[in-house]
Structures are given as structure tokens and as C-alpha cells.
Design a protein around this ligand. Structure first.
Ligand code: GRF
Length: 201
């Protein structure tokens, strides 16, 4: 079974998913890792694990839709059962999102519906939140607004720096993302009628 992962950066969530495939927690293989950023360190991680990498750079396309169509055509060569956004920092257009409806996952570093978009950790800190965390959801046309699958919360401590809080949230990200991917690959998780459906057997 084929998984395609999209990244833009360091790829620590990608690494957690690579490790979970290697240990067979996830029943599937990462067939390719895509990045819109040529320098993304996650590409090095993928190559170190012998995974094919593809860089599709936005500057060669005249519109977001053109880019997303080219991206999707390249992704389809890997016949993915699941597409995982792991720190992919580009907004995907409706043509892309609808093409992969029900097989597109994203991780977002907040307890959605709180703080969609960027700079979630600094917002949690400046608002004096007691809790912060991460959410995994199916991707729909609404930015960071698709059906929620799993969330993990961490405490926000009075002396926290942004970097410290990011780290605490990422520990949880690296735990819950492989878990959700494993559920999906086992056929226990789906999007039905715009909701996350889970077989609890
Ligand atoms: C993660 O915090 C994720 O929640 C956000 O971007 C970050 C990606 O980190 N969307 P990494 O590239 O997986 O290390």
C-alpha cells in the first residue's frame, strides 16, 4: 500500500512516519516524498531511507491551480492510497483537495478549531492559554477546517518560550501522526458524510 508525503521543512513528522513504516506499526510504504522547497531537510531524511523524492517548485507555474494540477499528476504516478501533509506549508486549491477527498491528512499545531493558520504557538502563549497541542484532520476546502480525527494536548507552563512549547507539542505530533496513519492504512478510519469515521473494533 502506497503513502505519499508532502513536506516543506525539517520533516520530523515525516521521520516519525518513516520509522513507523519500518517498524510495521504502519501497514504501508512511503512511495515518494514531495517538497515545494528544494532545501527542505526532510528530503535528506527521505533519501537516507532510500525513499524517492520529488521537488515541484511553484516558481515554474503561473497559478496555484496549474501548480496543484502538475503536483497531482506527479503524485498519481505513485498510486497513493493516502497522502500525508507533514509540515507542507502551501495552501492547496479545491481542485487538489477534491481530487483526493477522504485520503488527504494534515497535522496542525493547535487544538483546532483554535488558531487555524500560522503562528499558533505564539498565539497560545500571548493569550495565556493553559493548554496547547496538535490536531490531525482530513483536509477539505476549508483551511485547517476539515473533520478532526485526533488531538493531543500539552500544558503551557508559565516560563515557556515559544521554542520550548513547539518542542513539547512536537513530541505529541510524532506520537499521534503515525498512529492515525496506521488506522487509515488498516481501513479503520475514513471520511464519511464530511465526518471522521472510526471503526472501534
Ligand atoms: C509541525 O509542527 C506541523 O504541525 C506543522 O509544521 C510543522 C512541521 O514540522 N504543520 P516537521 O517538518 O514535521 O518537522
Amino acid at each position: 500500500k502506497s503513502i505519499v508525503v508532502l513536506i516543506s521543512g525539517s520533516g520530523s513528522n515525516l521521520q516519525a512516519i518513516i520509522d513507523a513504516c519500518d517498524s510495521e506499526q504502519i501497514d504501508g510504504t512511503i512511495s515518494a516524498v514531495f517538497s515545494n522547497v528544494p532545501e527542505a531537510y526532510g528530503l535528506v531524511r527521505a533519501q537516507q531511507s532510500g525513499i524517492i523524492t520529488e521537488v515541484v517548485e511553484p516558481k515554474y507555474f503561473s497559478s496555484r491551480t496549474d501548480y496543484d494540477l502538475a503536483l497531482a499528476d506527479t503524485i498519481d504516478r505513485y498510486k497513493p492510497d493516502l497522502i500525508v501533509l507533514a509540515g507542507y506549508m502551501r495552501i492547496l486549491s479545491p481542485v487538489f483537495v477534491n481530487r483526493y477527498a477522504g485520503k488527504l491528512l494534515n497535522i496542525h499545531p493547535s487544538l483546532l478549531p483554535k488558531y487555524p493558520g500560522l503562528h499558533t504557538h505564539s498565539q497560545a502563549l500571548s493569550n495565556g492559554d493553559k493548554q496547547h497541542g496538535a490536531t490531525i484532520h482530513f483536509v477539505t476546502e476549508e483551511l485547517d477546517g476539515g473533520p478532526i480525527i485526533l488531538q493531543a494536548a500539552v500544558p503551557v507552563l508559565p516560563q515557556d518560550s515559544e521554542a520550548g512549547l513547539i518542542k513539547r507539542v512536537q513530541v505529541e505530533e510524532h506520537r499521534i501522526y503515525p498512529l492515525v496513519v496506521s488506522w487509515f492504512m488498516d481501513g479503520r478510519l475514513a471520511m464519511r458524510d464530511g465526518k471522521a469515521w472510526m471503526d472501534n473494533q
